[in-house]
Design a protein around this ligand. Sequence first.
Ligand SMILES: NC(=O)c1ccc[n+]([C@@H]2O[C@H](COP(=O)([O-])OP(=O)(O)OC[C@H]3O[C@@H](n4cnc5c(N)ncnc54)[C@H](OP(=O)(O)O)[C@@H]3O)[C@@H](O)[C@H]2O)c1
Length: 353
Amino acid sequence: MSSHTPAIVLGGTGYVAGELLRLIDAHPQLELAAVLSDSQPGEPVAKAFPHLRSAYPELKFSDLQDIEARLCHAPVSALFSAAPHGVSAALVDRLLSAAQIAGTRVHCVDISADFRYSSAAAYEAIYHHAHGAPARNRDFTCAVPEHLKHAPTPHVAHPGCFATAALLASVPLLKLGLSEPTLFVSGITGSTGSGRKPTDGTHHPQRHSDLYSYGALAHRHTPEITACARAASGIKAQFNFVPHSGPFARGIHITVQAPLAAPVSSAAALHDFADFYKGCPFIQVSGNAPRVKDVAGSNYAHLSVVTNGRSIAVMCAIDNLTKGAAGGAVQWMNRLLGWDETLGLRAPAAGWT
Ligand SMILES: NC(=O)c1ccc[n+]([C@@H]2O[C@H](COP(=O)([O-])OP(=O)(O)OC[C@H]3O[C@@H](n4cnc5c(N)ncnc54)[C@H](OP(=O)(O)O)[C@@H]3O)[C@@H](O)[C@H]2O)c1
């Protein structure tokens, strides 16, 4: 019998599910047990993810009955949900309930927005549909792993990709009192941030060689960023967020600007940030401007800080699919299962992707 912990992935043919599969293959303690596909059960996983053929040459997508049976059979399982928001909560709730009845232990990291809010009402106010499992909210904590050592719940809701980068850049500003609590956030994301299904706004010919904003000052992730920043820093800040579509596939670059609370040099601010993230293996603070290519495909976040006597600017680059989704989820799962948080995640970026 394998000594590995079985991993189950929901959201089968999606981009984040593919990234989870890639990371699980490299993980020393997790072993992929099954991947749910709503649209392609029984089809080869390698057909949806040709780049993963060497890792999963024979594996086929599972259906929900198979997934449920596996969770009820294995004594301990790791459940990752990369299903769409509005779908994930009910799916996860059904599987966790079945495991509870069977007496097996399951830890879940949900990468969708479904369990990021403190209440169903708060979720419904943003997403305009009924929450799929309101009673489950209390079993989930939403935080970036660097901002909360121990989750007080058995399950975790991973903040979104823009939120991860914005929070990594802004929580130290607030918590260390470096800036006023009015933050101006500009973010640029690669096209994988919009998922696998092409739409007018996300299709390659539209995005290639172009750069444009969308949802300026009205993006639905702003309330999530605001709530997570408050939980992590204790400060109620105002986030003014303008997201942009970038002409690359993977990665996010965020710039957070704010008025300085008191004059501080760039060197001192950099020192404060480095100190804040001391002991966080995936955060690298330096005087070099963060670049998307230096983190793409990795779980690392690169941060830099500058000041000019009046304002402070923090730049952060992450990979949206890795640190902003699948990698951050594996990092949380490592902790939930009592392992070193870096297991399976230390590989550096490829560089010239
Ligand atoms: N892309 C990112 O950078 C990013 C970052 C952070 C968080 N997220 C979140 O992660 C989740 C996945 O994102 P993604 O970019 O991978 O999206 P995606 O490429 O659109 O994939 C989502 C997958 O979910 C499955 N699905 C769709 N309807 C379903 C249903 N009714 N029941 C069960 N499964 C269903 C589909 O696969 P099957 O038909 O094979 O089941 C689909 O391919 C989303 O909640 C998203 O908000 C994404």
